[in-house]
Design a protein around this ligand. Structure first.
Ligand code: AMP
Length: 445
């Protein structure tokens, strides 16, 4: 029997994994520009943590948690999102007591949801996100939105659609939920089963209903903007004004409510349709949370966060045929002799080159020279080094530039200098042909 990956999970291997790393590294660099610091929290947490934060009315808690009893009988959940764990860690370490606010965290790693697998929807997927804790200023809300926008731009995604809405403060939501309940009460018998549940637990969630038949009721539902408190309205206007000034385009979408219970005031999502017309759903999403820290028994601090789905970013970049800078092989060694003395001598050089920063491999000495060249080409190696009898005796190496199809015999002691020189030359050539904008695959660290 051949084992297969579990439904909704997928292997990410070789070049694809390098592309994930490229995306995560770029997002990490942007996070550093905004001075976020990395947080790594456990994959497993007490189930109660997510019940309390993500909330009982969310789809995540109602049907998507990967939870189990451990051998000690504790109810454990594989994290379905990061925010709850990050806030827990901040509260546990009491960072707010010793550090200046806001605390700025970024994270990356796998999350788990027992979701219905489909295009762009997995049961184990990866998120990269940021949290800014200890702030109620609209400036920090904008900082997070703008961070997301910058990330997408630097990944090369233009024409991002940013949807934004406000859920108002506690007071606003209390009144608005009441209004929605009254309105939907009249139609609920004609709506989907999920909505019949939602009206009881959290009528806001009905606005998120994707069932076509229910849309006419959703569209005519009361609008949050008519229920906003003075404070929430002012804050939302301030956010939009600064986004305008930053020339970040957005669309106010008053049905955007987000699937997690902890949000209040501003919420947002980034959408993108790839050049071949695929839309995998929101590629990133986030919002402000007013009560999450205090619900975790911390002080009453507000926060704002955002999370990207790495799979979705990868899918759209792949559709758009983005040219990723991938790891490459600098040098292959082609042994011409099979005796131990030759092989060991060559292997010594291979190890040295690696320590000098050149990725190197020694090819299988049982192969013919012809197939070694084929292998070198398949591996995308830039140089091939051949050490035959003559070179062996004279402490020289024959080095071939496989891209430029040139070759030279040089002293072994000059090898590193030679490689440094040709990489430098290439960089020079790169600057001349490309200027600052990177358009080629040349080595240019
Ligand atoms: P959320 O935590 O639900 O706000 O999701 C944040 C981001 O994670 C979304 O914008 C997606 O990019 C990604 N995401 C959410 N659910 C899935 C899933 N089932 N599979 C892949 N990516 C997902």
């Amino acid at each position: 029997m051949e084992f297969q990956v579990l439904k909704g999970t997928h292997d990410v291997i070789q070049d694809e994994a390098s592309k994930y790393t490229y995306i995560e590294d770029l997002l990490t660099q942007v996070a550093r520009l905004y001075n976020f610091q990395e947080f790594r929290t456990p994959v497993i947490e007490k189930s109660e943590l997510f019940l309390r934060s993500v909330g009982e009315s969310s789809d995540i808690v109602r049907k998507e948690m990967y939870d189990f009893l451990d051998k000690g009988g504790r109810s454990i959940t594989l994290r379905p999102e990061f925010t709850a764990g990050i806030i827990r860690s901040i509260v546990n370490a009491k960072l707010y007591a010793t550090q200046d606010l806001p605390i700025k965290a970024f994270y990356v790693g796998p999350v788990f949801r027992y979701d219905r697998p489909q295009q762009g929807r997995y049961r184990q997927f990866n998120q990269f996100g940021v949290e800014l804790v200890g702030t109620s200023s609209y400036l920090n809300d904008v900082e997070i939105i703008s961070f997301g926008y910058t990330c997408l731009n630097l990944l090369g995604l233009k024409n991002i659609s940013l949807k934004i809405n406000t859920l108002g403060d506690d007071e606003t939501r209390k009144n608005y939920k009441e209004a929605l309940k009254n309105y939907f009460q009249e139609h609920i018998n004609d709506m989907c089963e999920d909505c019949k549940e939602r009206i009881k637990i959290n009528p806001l969630r009905i606005l998120d209903c994707k069932v076509a038949h229910d849309q006419e009721y959703v569209e005519k539902a009361p609008k949050i903007k008519d229920y906003l408190s003075e404070n929430s309205k002012k804050k939302f206007d301030q956010i939009l004004k600064l986004l305008d000034e930053l020339k970040i385009k957005y669309e106010v979408d008053d049905t955007l409510v987000r699937g997690l219970d902890y949000y209040s005031d501003v919420v947002f999502e980034y959408h993108y349709t790839s050049k071949i017309g695929n839309n995998y759903g929101a590629i990133g999403a986030g919002g402000h949370y007013a009560n999450l820290v205090s619900e975790m028994n911390g002080p009453s601090l507000e926060g704002v966060g955002l999370s990207f789905g790495i799979e979705r970013l990868f899918n759209i970049l792949n559709d758009d045929e983005k040219e990723f800078e991938l790891p490459h092989l600098d040098v292959v060694f082609m042994p011409l002799f099979k005796d131990e003395e030759h092989l060991n001598r060559i292997y010594n050089i291979v190890e040295k080159l690696r320590l000098y920063g050149y990725s190197s491999e020694m090819l299988d000495f049982n192969k013919s020279i012809k197939s070694m060249f084929k292998i070198a080409q398949n591996k995308g190696a830039k140089f091939a080094i051949i050490i035959g009898e003559e070179e062996f005796n004279s402490n020289t190496v024959n080095i071939k530039n496989l891209e430029e199809k040139t070759q030279e015999t040089i002293n072994l002691s000059d090898l590193v200098m030679y490689l440094d020189g040709s990489m430098e030359q290439e960089e020079h050539h790169h600057d001349e042909c490309c200027g600052d904008e990177c358009c080629c695959h040349h080595h240019h660290e």
